[in-house]
Design a protein around this ligand. Structure first.
Ligand code: ATP
Ligand code: LTN
Length: 324
């Protein structure tokens, strides 16, 4: 089974990305044929600093490796190094109705957030994502809940293409974990944790222990003082319980029991300690990788080559079918 996924190099990876996407990737690489990308072409459609982009790409590559992605077991590559992604995106644009793109939640959210930056790249973002996935005949795409809609449009595009030009693309399935699919911001539990939003609401995988402690202690909680899971009335504490549960491998019920009679302060302190302990090894591995630039770039170079080989063969077929 072929698996494909990617993350935008837009800043420090947070525990939402880690729990929603990367932890699935780590287990999938053991048994499936996996390809993971640093999707830099997707990073330029929202405000970004061109002087920092290469740094962010390198940083994301070291993060992938530090979290446990193994280049002997999967392909790790940079999207912009395989030109077929934009080539296929252009072709798929010809069969994608404008209305479908305008309806995308991410397009609406990001346009509202950056009214000065509503570009057609942002509108066409899902077509480029469809090209990423379809180029490699991916059967499964491990993602967080927020990307489900983009997977649906990818499936529509593939089905439309297959109907018009003959069976060409595999119809991919989303893989969304039950837990970790949507980690909310610590500052606003109504909103998902996001790299490019407020840093206070977001725990970076490489935050220093003091920062983790500070952010958890300052996390928005709800009225009342019981440690109880209730996503309607206690959104803040429920989000923290969810994070605690995934990192500790304990059920929510077990945690509620453990903290019976204790207050938010005790629980937050325990959560901060848990996170600091769990992220320690990843942080250590990353600091070693940062010093070994040559190795990291050699991994990407090898991945780029592998990806190019698959993508160019697929593109040949697609162009022929379209009469190009
Ligand atoms: P940005 O702020 O740049 O939009 P982001 O934090 O939303 O970034 P992405 O690069 O868009 O992160 O997403 C990478 C992967 O992480 C995707 O599979 C996405 O679904 C997942 N993901 C992002 N945020 C969360 C979250 N809060 N909870 C669970 N999964 C998430
Ligand atoms: N849009 C995704 C990132 C992304 C992706 C992909 C994920 C781009 N191309 C292909 C899976 C498969 C996001 O998380 N923002």
């Amino acid at each position: 089974m072929r698996v494909f996924s990617g993350i935008r190099p837009t800043g420090q990876i947070h525990i939402g990305n880690y729990l929603g996407a990367i932890t699935q990737w780590i287990s999938l690489q053991e048994k499936e044929d996996c390809i993971f990308s640093i999707v830099d072409w997707h990073a330029i459609v929202t405000p970004y600093d061109e002087k920092k982009l290469q740094e962010n790409i390198f940083d994301l590559a070291t993060t992938y490796l530090a979290c446990g992605l193994n280049p002997e077991k999967c392909i790790l590559f940079v999207q912009s190094q395989v030109k077929e992604h934009v080539e296929l995106a252009w072709l798929l644009g010809s069969i994608t109705p404008l209305g479908e793109l305008k309806r995308m939640t991410q397009f609406k959210d990001k346009s509202e957030k950056h009214p000065e930056y509503v570009n057609t790249g942002l509108l066409n973002y899902p077509i480029l994502m469809a090209a990423d996935i379809l180029l490699y005949d991916a059967n499964q795409v491990p993602i967080g809940q927020d990307q489900k809609q983009h997977l649906e449009i990818t499936r529509n595009i593939a089905e439309r293409f297959n109907k018009k030009y003959g069976k060409t693309f595999v119809i991919p399935e989303p893989m969304i974990m039950k837990e970790g699919a949507k980690i909310m911001s610590l500052q606003n539990p109504e909103k998902k944790m996001s790299k490019t939003d407020d840093t206070k609401g977001c725990i970076g995988l490489f935050d220093k222990p003091e920062e983790i402690k500070e952010k958890i202690m300052a996390a928005t909680t709800d009225s009342g003082k019981e440690i109880k899971y209730d996503v309607i009335n206690k959104k803040g504490i429920s989000n923290l319980l969810n994070i605690y549960s995934i990192f500790s491998h304990k059920t929510i019920k077990e945690i509620e029991k453990e903290f019976e009679g204790k207050g938010y302060g005790d629980f937050k302190k325990a959560l901060a300690e848990l996170l600091i302990e769990k992220l320690k090894d990843i942080r250590k591995k990353k600091s070693e990788l940062i010093k070994n630039k040559e190795y990291v770039y050699s991994v990407l170079e090898k991945g780029n080559k592998g990806a190019r080989k698959i993508a160019s063969a697929k593109m040949e077929k697609v162009k022929k079918l379209m009469g190009l």
